[in-house]
Design a protein around this ligand. Structure first.
Ligand code: ATP
Length: 135
């Protein structure tokens, strides 16, 4: 049994395929979607979505807010800004994270905090930072 997943941004379909499980960070916490999941609508925070293809393979995306919907057994992730791990520019995210960290030290704002979360999420999705650095 597999579950069909689509990751959609306003500009493009970032990913479409079948998976064993999808793990998404909703504003209520991490949720795993398995085949046959009941209809669901939730909002997504800034975080990583893991599309687990089988025991050894997964696709990872950095998601910067949006919605996840389960309808007709399909999982649809709708987001304004997202990147698949392979499309992430690690140098750019590292620089963005350093900038945001410095700004957090001198003048923390919600905007700076969100920029830090975006950069950290990109680094985690790209495998360049530990998942623990997200929380
Ligand atoms: P930066 O300060 O590096 O611009 P940001 O968090 O302010 O980062 P966003 O406003 O979230 O950037 O994104 C602007 C666009 O750039 C989006 O299309 C996003 O997908 C893309 N983007 C941002 N950072 C990266 C990255 N490190 N690798 C690939 N694409 C990125």
């Amino acid at each position: 049994m597999s579950v069909h997943v689509e990751l959609v941004s306003p500009e493009q379909m970032l990913y479409s395929g079948d998976a064993e499980m999808i793990v998404a960070r909703t504003t209520e916490g991490d949720i795993a979607f398995l085949p046959g999941h009941a209809p669901f609508l939730g909002s997504l925070g800034i975080g990583v979505v893991r599309i687990i293809l089988d025991g050894d393979n997964e696709e990872v995306a950095a998601i910067h807010g949006g919605f996840v919907e389960v309808r007709g057994g399909n999982v649809i992730v709708l987001t304004d800004v997202a990147e698949m791990s392979g499309d992430i520019d690690v140098e750019r995210a590292t620089a963005a994270r350093e900038r945001a960290q410095q700004a957090m030290d001198s003048e923390p704002t919600a905007e700076v905090e969100a920029a830090l979360a975006r950069a950290t999420t990109r680094l985690v999705a790209a495998g360049a930072a530990d998942e623990a650095s997200l929380s």
